[in-house]
Design a protein around this ligand. Structure first.
Ligand SMILES: [Zn+2]
Length: 127
């Protein structure tokens, strides 16, 4: 029972950590990406708008914007992947399945969860 309580306390702490991380990732994403309302958890990097009005908008500026878009794409992708992992960890907490390896079903060591709370696999099963 004591062990269960300790685990519960840890999960509580990690849940707060995950929620906080989720918020900061969403904030970061919002700076250059738009949430896809149709697809849950999907974000799209904003593509520079060229509205045909070239006044005040030099080709160079346009090229800069495209470059920025290209730079942002992989960042968006990795943030989005993290966000998905965090969301699924939060879901597992809710369902009481958190902290177990998705592959072998063994408990993931709390040391690992502390550094990587969204972990789905134990070190052995990690790809
Ligand atoms: Zn495992």
């Amino acid at each position: 029972m004591a062990i269960n309580n300790m685990r519960k306390k840890l999960i509580n702490e990690l849940e707060k950590k995950l929620e906080k991380e989720k918020k900061s990732i969403e904030e970061e994403l919002q700076r250059f990406a738009k949430k896809d309302e149709k697809l849950k958890g999907d974000w799209d990097t904003k593509f520079p708008k060229f509205n045909g009005n070239s006044r005040g908008h030099t080709l160079e500026e346009a090229a800069d914007e495209v470059e920025e878009y290209i730079t942002n794409l992989p960042i968006e992708h990795s943030l989005e992947t993290r966000l998905k992992d965090i969301n699924s960890a939060l879901e597992r907490i809710e369902k009481g399945k958190y902290g177990k390896c998705e592959k072998c079903g063994k408990a993931i060591p709390k040391e690992r969860l502390k550094v990587y709370p969204e972990a789905m696999f134990c070190l052995k099963c990690r790809r």
